[in-house]
Design a protein. Structure first.
Length: 156
């Protein structure tokens, strides 16, 4: 009787160890997404990271990019609750430190599987060209048309 219990217990422990090793060896591949938005962070804050405007003043030109960012953050929070394996990079298209061209050629974009952009019609061509060059789908979230980009299967 004791041999049977020992055999059953050993078998159960062996199965548990095998299953835990199986999960330990499974590497979760994170999907890389780049989000581009006109956040105007350099315009809102000075060199000392102090807010440039009065406490009760919020510049209206920042609203569209900030609202887009907030919506993206809500979507990412929901995906995080679903344990979606994502690595997300946020870029400020109005940065004074890096041009859009510099941002699109950044090494962080290597391996990115999707670009989501809130962009102007002038910027759309740069996004479409980068998507075509790197084989990355680009989703334009705010322009109602193709912005003059044709023949590019990576631009929506």
């Amino acid at each position: 009787m004791r041999k049977a219990q020992y055999y059953i217990l050993s078998t159960i422990l062996f199965c548990i160890l095998q299953i835990s090793n199986l999960f330990a060896q499974t590497e979760v591949v994170k999907h890389k997404i780049a989000i581009f938005a006109p956040l105007y962070l350099d315009s809102a804050f000075d060199n000392n990271d102090e807010y440039r405007y009065a406490r009760n003043v919020f510049p209206k030109f920042i609203n569209p990019g900030l609202e887009f960012y907030e919506g993206a953050q809500l979507a990412l929070d929901s995906l995080n609750k679903e344990n979606a394996p994502l690595e997300v990079f946020i870029y400020d298209t109005r940065s004074s430190k890096e041009t859009l061209t510099d941002q699109l050629s950044n090494s962080e974009l290597n391996g990115v599987e999707l670009i989501i952009a809130h962009c102007s019609s002038a910027e759309l061509k740069a996004f479409a060209e980068a998507g075509l060059r790197k084989n990355i789908p680009v989703i334009n979230v705010n322009l109602p048309n193709d912005g003059g980009v044709t023949g590019n299967p990576f631009s929506w």
